[in-house]
Structures are given as C-alpha cells and as structure tokens.
Design a protein around this ligand. Structure first.
Ligand code: NAP
Length: 247
C-alpha cells in the first residue's frame, strides 16, 4: 500500500473547516482535526471523517500560540513522519466600526487569522521541504478584496493572508510545494449566523447566485488545490462566492 496521506485542517470542529476535513477524508488518509474550544464538535467531525474511510485525530491547540503550535506539529510529525497538506482555516471575527474598535478586537483577529496561518505554515515548511512535496491552502475571504464596513480588522487579516500566500509560494515553489488561497463569499456557518438579520439581507442582495454558499462548496475548491492534479497552480486565490466578487 502506498504511503498514508497526512492532512492537517485548522479550525475543523465546525463550519467550513469541518467540511474540508470531511472532503479530504478517504482511505489511506489521516486527517488531523484541530480545534480551539469545542471538543464535542471536533469529535463529531472525527466521526464523519472516519465514516469516509480515513483515520483521524482531534487536537486542541490555539493557532495563535507559538509554543502550542510547535508542540502540536512536533507530535504530528512524530506520529506520522510527514505532513502532505496543511489547510489554514481557523478564523474569528470581532466586528466593529473602526472609530470604536478596541485594540484587543484588532489584535485577536490578527492573531488567530493571520499569525495563526504564519505559525502553522512555519511548522510544516521544513518537513515539506525535506520531502520535496507539500500543499498549503489558506482560507481568506471575499472581504480581503472588497472591504466591508465593520471589518477593518478581519479584512486586513484576510488581505494579509493573500500576501503571505503569494510570498511563501514564491519562496518554496522549487521544492514542489504549492501555496494557494480560497476566498469564500457568504457561507452559512456559525460565523455568519451571528450576523444581524439586516447585515445578512444586505449580503444576500450582493450575491448574483441569489443564495448563500454551503461549506461543502468551499471544501471542494480546497480539495482541488490540495490534490496532485493542482501541482502547477501556486500563489493563486480561488473565489467561491456565487458571483459576489469577480477578481
Ligand atoms: P466558524 O463556524 O466560526 O468556525 C471557526 C473554526 O475555527 C472553529 O472550528 C473554531 O474552533 C476554530 N478556531 C477559532 N479560533 C481558533 C484558534 N485560536 N485556534 C484554533 N482554532 C480556532 O467559522 P467558519 O465560518 O467555518 O469559518 C472558517 C474560515 O472561513 C475562517 O477563516 C473564516 O474567516 C473564513 N470565512 C468564512 C466565511 C463565511 O461566510 N462563513 C466567509 C469567508 C471566510 P472551536 O470550535 O474549537 O472554537
């Protein structure tokens, strides 16, 4: 049997991350399901992943904590020997108008959404370089391209993810490692359920497809970028948004 494919998905206890973990699940694959605060949800993701013939492990760590990230990835490498795919999906929103945004709202969003992707990418990069293979897929957002009132922190972090994606892609393309991003539009998850009804209506009105997206529709794009077939695609951003923004 060929070597097991090892996939790490951050923020996989719920929403888009869960759909990505499930989409990547297949026989001869191990999926590491990272979460922060929700062990029960992470275990539900693990059951779904296993029902598709993969093995899985749920691992709690805060992607913004350098020591926790290093310890977690050291454990993954010790257990499995290598990591083929990293999906930097973990994210939070702390929406507020800039005039009244608290420094902590800025810092928390930057730490989880941007620093987290940096730390996890750094943790996999040497093992991937040694193996001369790897796929990193970062989850950004349509608002990185369009902006959104109330989301100066979030859109700046997500735009930062795109810069990180392109620079790292250039650094490691010669090692057969690709780095790409997927930019979801309005996807139905806990994150968007928290929006006030008026904000949701305003978002829906901007979507030519006339409906929100499903997490599985984002997961399909991530899985393609993580596949062997996508080996010549790097430094790109795929928008999954029902026509809301066309780059
Ligand atoms: P969600 O339903 O709120 O789930 C967020 C996930 O991130 C959870 O699994 C959560 O873990 C995890 N997480 C949060 N902080 C973390 C931390 N410090 N360390 C590790 N994990 C952490 O969000 P979602 O809608 O699925 O969003 C997933 C990604 O897509 C995010 O990057 C988001 O910005 C992006 N996105 C979403 C939309 C949308 O419309 N939903 C649009 C564009 C982009 P716990 O459950 O343990 O807390």
């Amino acid at each position: 049997m060929s070597e097991q494919r090892v996939v790490v998905v951050t923020g996989a206890s719920r929403g888009i991350g869960r759909a990505i973990a499930v989409e990547m699940a297949a026989p001869n694959t191990h999926v590491v399901i990272n979460y922060n605060s929700n062990p029960e949800s992470a275990e539900q993701t693990a059951s779904l992943v296993q029902s598709r013939g993969a093995t899985s492990s749920a691992m709690q760590f805060n992607v913004a904590d350098p020591d926790a990230v290093k310890a977690a990835f050291d454990r993954i490498i010790d257990a499995h020997g290598h990591i083929d795919v990293l999906v930097n999906n973990a994210g939070i929103a702390r929406d507020n108008l800039l005039a009244i945004m608290k420094p902590a709202e800025w810092d928390d969003v930057m730490a989880t959404n941007l620093k987290g992707a940096f730390l996890c990418s750094q943790a996999v990069i040497r093992p991937m370089m040694r193996r001369r293979f790897g796929r990193i897929v970062n989850v950004t957002s349509v608002v990185a391209a369009t902006g959104n009132p109330g989301q100066c922190n979030y859109s700046a972090a997500k735009a930062g993810i795109i810069g990180l994606t392109k620079s790292l892609a250039r650094e490691i393309v010669s090692r057969k490692i690709t780095v790409n991003a997927v930019a979801p539009g309005y996807i139905e998850t806990d994150m968007t359920a928290a929006l006030p009804p008026k904000a949701r209506e305003a978002l829906l009105a901007q979507i030519p497809a006339g409906r929100p997206g499903a997490p599985e529709e984002v997961a399909a794009a991530v899985a393609f970028l993580a596949s062997d077939a996508a080996g010549y695609i790097t430094g790109q951003v795929i928008h999954v948004n029902g026509g809301m923004f066309m780059g």
